[in-house]
Design a binder for this molecule. Structure first.
Ligand code: FES
Length: 93
């Protein structure tokens, strides 16, 4: 199965995601703590990250957690992002 390499530039962390797995799912499956984990379903907003580069599919995200302005700046909920290529992201503090 295809795996994509995900680099978190400001955490000095690299992990891999299987095709069809969410970014957050990849982090959790490798027991990394680079991204905060909450509901894993788009409901709490704690897993928010910034996408620097890479192709991905995004499931619907509530504007309660990611506003249109934030979306335009590359912010997204990592539990709703499904990589289609290697990606570079930034964790938010
Ligand atoms: S973990 Fe709750 S929105 Fe992603």
């Amino acid at each position: 199965m295809e795996r994509y390499q995900i680099t978190i530039i400001n955490r000095d962390a690299v992990f891999s995601c299987k095709a069809g797995q969410s970014l957050l799912g990849g982090v959790v499956s490798q027991r990394q703590k680079a991204i905060d984990v909450g509901c894993r379903g788009g409901g709490c907003g704690v897993c928010k990250i910034r996408i620097i580069s890479g192709d991905y599919e995004s499931k619907k995200m509530s504007i309660k957690h990611v506003s249109a302005d934030e979306l335009a700046e590359g912010l997204a909920l990592s539990c709703r992002i499904f990589p289609n290529s290697d990606m570079v992201i930034e964790a938010l503090d």
